[in-house]
Design a protein around this ligand. Sequence first.
Ligand code: UDX
Length: 445
Amino acid sequence: MNVTIFGTGYVGLVQGAILADVGHHVVCVDVDADKVERLKKGIIPIYEPGLESLVKENHAAGRLDFTTDAAEGVKHGEVQFIAVGTPPDEDGSADLKYVLAVAETIAQHMESHRIVVDKSTVPVGTADKVRAKMMEVLASRGREDLGFDVVSNPEFLKEGSAVADCQKPDRIIIGTESEDTEEAMRELYAPFNRNRNKIMVMDVRSAELTKYAANCMLATKISFMNEIANLAERLGADVELVRQGIGSDPRIGYHFIYPGVGYGGSCFPKDVQALIRTAGDIDYDAKVLKAVEARNYEQKTTLFQKMRTHFGDDLAGKTFAIWGLSFKPNTDDMREAPSRVLMEALWEAGAKVQAYDPEAMEEAQRIYGTRDELTLCGTKEAALKGADALVIVTEWQSFRAPDFDLIKQKLSEPTIFDGRNMFEPKRMAKKGFTYYSVGRSTQGR
Ligand code: UDX
């Protein structure tokens, strides 16, 4: 099938690449001419395992192309994906200006029937707004005769495993009430729907809400677990044992109950806020979601609080080694990353940071530029030199078995603040470290 995708961010680019890879003919449209030129050369703007080769191969094979020419894009695809950003407004609601601008563009240039697919995470009711915008533009062109349908088809990919998630989705949600559209979407996704039926067809609003409900449920699990961790710490229990104890109940499960420094990234914080906002718009007080959000906001300060308890309120003149800047491993994304909240609090308190991350160094440089209080180090060992403590913020694989003797040697004091519970408190004590983790009282067994 011929497919057009507006927006070459995480969602759009990965979607374009995997659809082209199964044989569809895909054109990706983006307003950023530089980005489009780089993509044509196989230069990928994000770090995502497997994506570069997929883009290069399918571009070379002539199944995946990139353009800034929106008219060409509208002409190409019978299916038109909207995969542009929906950044939060000042009040937390999703800003739909990019989504609606694409809807307008499609309506301006279309000459025959189009299926318009909302792939971006958009509030319930967005498909109606897209439809209204398109009808308005078609009316102004005097082309109300042109048929179209607006579908909600939310994306559930995780950063760091985006390609694999899209190639092997848990479910494919299709929100449409039209049989023809359903059939076209089934054909589009048939290559990904072979082993078992993953396609769920529902009304548009339910599809839109499914995406928010999924992310909010996961965020709730994390905030809940962080609350239990904070309680465990104060009650003399070990949250790691509690986690395994409750995870063994299949109704709860082991996934997404790891306590830590709070969730970050481009989805959870934004989507929880947006659903709170959507609820507010219809005068519903989303009490659970507000608590999830509040717990997460505070959890991001947990390492800083522990550092203050250990070193005293005055952190001026101290230097801290930070391992892990991205909001989670296997990505260079630092959006809403707990590392940022920590570093900014440390700077505010007059401390300096020596940071290392396996992938996010360029991103950190881009965000913070060159400044006295931040040294970006080439290796995790270099970050330790002369620091007053090591602080682990992201659980990268390469941090799991470090040379503890070297850490001791390089730090001015053998103290580790671990925001991801990477090590055993007892073993760390034996090695002579003062070791802080999340929700693990040293009295725990
Ligand atoms: C998430 C959803 O998983 C995905 O389905 C959706 O499409 C987009 O949002 P992503 O933002 O890539 O994906 O990250 P994810 O792997 O879900 O992690 C989100 C955050 O939760 C990270 O900051 C992570 O560190 C944190 N987390 C996750 C925990 O603190 N504890 C856990 O047990 C799991």
